[in-house]
Each structure stands twice: as structure tokens, then as C-alpha cells.
Design a protein around this ligand. Structure first.
Ligand SMILES: [Zn+2]
Length: 220
């Protein structure tokens, strides 16, 4: 297990797993590294589990981490290159322009563009489908590549969805959409809110399953 320690401008010790099986520990300036290490030792089991989970994820989705595949609605779709100008999806291959083969940044950009395009078609459709069922119509549905969340809903009833939702298995994409729509009824995470969400899915299971895919948010 790889653990790195960092002195930080904070009041308590924080342990962070990087989704790739590395662990970072941030500790206050007035705390000794020995104290930080003791703290980590106490949490060893918890950290081990986190790391095991992260490494399992990396293994399961290695091709996605290595930009050899993407997931679309939870299924792995291979990336291949050919003499084309724009990304093109066949039944189970995402074809990309040849010139991106050895250009990691260009490749990430092209995948991101493809995902945005795919999301712009699928997410509004899925949102109106569930809006009708929930009985609330959002004032606006915006799609973007948010940096840390899958979706949000504000007091103006504007819903923002992460384009990478289309990379998730369908039931998880739907869970996030339903979650945000239900915020138009309850602007909180009260029992009443979860009861509404649970009319459409098993929210507890979905929240658990979603953890496996959180790495996608920061992948590109
Ligand atoms: Zn929420």
C-alpha cells in the first residue's frame, strides 16, 4: 500500500484514497508525522478496504483507465482508430481519428466530445420520461462535465446533469436523474425525499453501486 503524507493548512487529519489504490494523508502543521502515522494505523482496516476496493475497480475497468475502452451505459466499448475526421460509434467499437493514436490529450478531448454529444441526446429524453413519472417538470436541464458530482438541482428548479452519466449502467444513470427530479419536491435529503426516490429505484443499492464508477468523473 502506498501512503504519502502531506503537511496541510487544516485542523484535523484527513485520509484520502485516490481511486487508484494510493492513499494520501493530510495532517495539520502542529501535528507530528508520527502522530499522523499512529492515526493511520488505527484506521488500517478501513484504509485497506478502501484500497482493495479501488484496486478492484482499477482492475475491472483497466481498459477505461488506459483509454483503450470507454463504458457506455455500463458496457465496455473498445476504442479503435481509422481514417475518419470525427468520432463514430459502431455496434461495439468507438472509432476515432487515426491521428489521436499517440496523443493522450487529444484523445481525451475527442472522447469527452463524443460523450457530450451522446449525453445531449440521451439525458434530456430520459429526464422528460422520469419528469412525467415524478410529476415535476424542470425549468431547465443543462448538461456539462461537472468536476465532482453527478448532478444537481437548484431552487429555481434547474437541473444540471453530468454528461458522463451516459457512461454508467442504465439503472444508475436513471437513479441520478430521479434523485435530482425528486429535489423539486424536497430540497433536502430527508426520509421523505428518499421515500420519493425509492418509488423508482432502490436508492440505497444505487448509491452503493455508484461508488464503483466515481472514478469516471475525473478521468477526462
Ligand atoms: Zn441530492
Amino acid at each position: 500500500m502506498q501512503i504519502s503524507y502531506f503537511k496541510a493548512d487544516r485542523k484535523s487529519i484527513k485520509i484520502e484514497d485516490t481511486k487508484k489504490g494510493e492513499v494520501r494523508v493530510f495532517y495539520p502543521k502542529n501535528t507530528s508525522i508520527t502522530r499522523a502515522q499512529e492515526f493511520v494505523l488505527q484506521k488500517e482496516k478501513w484504509i485497506e478496504n478502501k484500497v482493495k476496493q479501488a484496486l478492484g475497480n482499477v482492475e475491472k475497468h483497466r481498459e477505461v483507465f488506459d483509454l483503450e475502452s470507454i463504458t457506455l451505459l455500463g458496457k465496455h466499448v473498445k476504442i479503435d482508430f481509422c481514417d475518419i475526421k470525427k468520432a463514430h460509434l459502431t455496434e461495439n467499437i468507438l472509432l476515432l481519428p487515426e491521428k489521436l493514436k499517440n496523443d493522450e490529450e487529444g484523445l481525451k478531448k475527442a472522447i469527452k466530445q463524443f460523450i457530450t454529444r451522446f449525453a445531449s441526446e440521451l439525458l434530456p429524453q430520459a429526464t422528460s420520461f422520469f419528469a412525467e413519472k415524478v410529476g415535476k417538470c424542470p425549468a431547465k436541464v443543462a448538461i456539462s462535465h461537472q468536476k465532482s458530482i453527478w448532478g444537481s438541482c437548484n431552487a429555481k428548479k434547474e437541473i444540471r446533469l453530468n454528461a458522463k452519466l451516459v457512461m454508467l449502467p442504465k439503472h444508475l444513470m436513471e437513479y441520478v436523474i430521479v434523485h435530482e427530479l425528486c429535489h423539486m419536491i424536497e430540497m433536502n435529503h430527508s426520509d421523505k425525499f428518499w421515500q420519493n426516490v425509492d418509488r423508482f429505484c432502490n436508492s440505497k443499492q444505487c448509491r452503493k453501486d455508484l461508488k464503483e464508477y466515481n472514478f469516471l468523473i475525473n478521468l477526462f
